[in-house]
Design a protein. Structure first.
Length: 254
């Protein structure tokens, strides 16, 4: 069964987009939909198993499984080569796709991404993340923390409400260790695919220093851009600017 997804555009360049832990494809990226060039690109916004259109699909909930699902989706479209975009957990997942099929990846854009090596959480922060699987209060604390406590509480409440309605809590919990702790960086070392790393200036965890120590040291053709006035969710916070950054990079590697 093909993984659930939402398709946008009918352009010649195929782009597969992967969401993070706190939302499906549409809830994560739909704020950008009006600003994407549907004539130049065909975007496929994936819903991982346990999320969105794939909420009923069971699985192991690993980065390797996501990679297989993404490659199967590309095959179903007849896409021999394509671009990848991933946010947060999805930023780690698309690296796994690249590890498994580097010859098929034209370029990769990682937005506020988890490195291939995972995240070295402080004990208190790990307790917050590991405890949030069935606790909306802790989920909300993560959303607020990851955007530096700058945004209206109405947005934070909406994020958690949408997450609850569009995800399966068991699958949500199963994804945590694979995205946070599993390390496949040795397999990714030196891959020469063009990589664009995009972070928000107010993301307190996935910072410039972290990206320089991980992505920029791992991939020889990686570059970093910091988006002003954004935290961990640029697709929500600065959708026009993120769409601009994305398509500028895609155009350079079409």
């Amino acid at each position: 069964m093909t993984i659930g997804h939402t398709r946008l555009g009918d352009g010649p360049e195929g782009v597969i987009v992967c969401h993070g832990w706190f939302g499906d494809g549409v809830s994560t990226f739909s704020g950008m939909f009006p600003y994407l060039d549907a004539k130049a690109y065909t975007y496929a916004f994936v819903d991982f198993r346990g999320f969105g259109k794939s909420v009923e699909m069971k699985g192991d909930c690993t980065m390797e499984e996501i990679a297989r699902d993404v490659l199967d989706l590309a095959d179903s479209f007849g896409w021999k080569r394509f671009h990848l975009i991933g946010h947060s957990m999805g930023g780690k997942a698309v690296q796994r796709v690249m590890v498994d099929a580097r010859e098929r990846v034209k370029s990769l854009i990682a937005i506020a991404p988890v490195p291939a090596s995972g995240v070295p959480f402080e004990p208190a922060i790990w307790e917050l993340f590991s405890g949030c699987v069935n606790d909306d209060t802790l989920r909300r604390a993560i959303v607020d923390f990851s955007t530096s406590n700058r945004l209206t509480p109405t947005w934070g409440a909406t994020m958690i409400d949408v997450l609850r309605r569009t995800s399966d809590s068991e699958a949500f919990g199963k994804y945590l260790l694979p995205w946070a702790k599993h390390d496949f960086s040795a397999l990714a070392q030196g891959i020469e695919v063009p990589v664009k790393v995009v972070i928000g200036e107010y993301d307190p965890s996935l910072t410039r220093d972290v990206m320089e120590q991980t992505f920029l040291s791992l991939y020889p053709n990686a570059e970093l851009e910091v988006i002003a006035n954004a935290g961990h969710y640029p697709a929500h916070e600065t959708p026009v600017m993120l769409a601009t950054v994305i398509e500028r990079f895609l155009a350079n590697h079409a």
